[in-house]
Design a protein around this ligand. Structure first.
Ligand code: COA
Length: 174
């Protein structure tokens, strides 16, 4: 288990006015704020119980970013799956990125990169062999973020999204 300091605080100053953004583990009280960010920023919405079950099962890697008023301005959540390796039948633990988003007015300040970095470190506690994710082929911003973290495209998942758009399936060895 991480210490309170380890799990709750990770301050970094990123704005001109030097107001700190806090990146920390998500709590049950944060879920409404997380859902608000998701609904504003992504077309894929989930019911409350879905967020709750991710939080119950994988709390270490469910992280939020808050502004100086405590408002949730970004989040990241992962689940852990046990499935065959890409090129063999050997079972592996995969950290699967479920969702990441940052409110528009807070973007391009390193918040998503911090969320990814912190949550990937935490995910290692679940004995992950590989990180995996899907991203819309048109989402060049997110693709650029994942490439920055050395994710590579493994294949394309045809019509992965409900509106018919294809996804890149990207992976990274843990
Ligand atoms: C993708 C998203 C989470 C990035 O959030 P962010 O906090 O603005 O990202 P960061 O400031 O941490 O940027 C990290 C990297 O992402 C990439 N990036 C971010 N914004 C970018 C932009 N407008 N254009 C190109 N690359 C961009 C860059 O590689 C950047 O690294 P750099 O600053 O060294 O160039 C945000 O744009 C978002 O919420 N988008 C809508 C939701 C979404 O698409 N989620 C991903 C679904 S798979």
């Amino acid at each position: 288990m991480g210490t309170e300091k380890d799990t709750r605080t990770n301050y970094f100053n990123i704005f001109n006015d030097k107001k700190p953004i806090v990146v920390r583990r998500c709590s049950i009280e944060d879920l409404e704020g997380v859902i608000e960010v998701n609904e504003k920023e992504l077309p894929e919405d989930y019911p409350y119980f879905f967020y709750k079950s991710i939080l119950d099962n994988y709390p270490e890697s469910f992280q939020v970013a808050c502004n100086s008023n405590g408002k949730i301005i970004g989040y990241i959540m992962w689940r852990v799956e046990r499935s065959p390796a890409i090129n063999s039948l050997k079972l592996m633990n995969k950290g699967h990125l479920v969702s990441i988003a940052v409110l528009k007015s807070y973007r391009r300040s390193g918040i998503a990169a911090t969320l990814l970095l912190n949550s990937m470190k935490k995910l290692k506690k679940y004995k992950i062999d590989e990180f995996v994710l899907e991203v819309r082929v048109s989402n060049y911003v997110a693709i650029s973020l994942y490439k920055k973290f050395n994710f590579t495209t493994h294949n394309i998942k045809e019509k992965y999204y409900r509106d018919g758009e294809n996804a890149y399936y990207m992976t990274l060895k843990a």
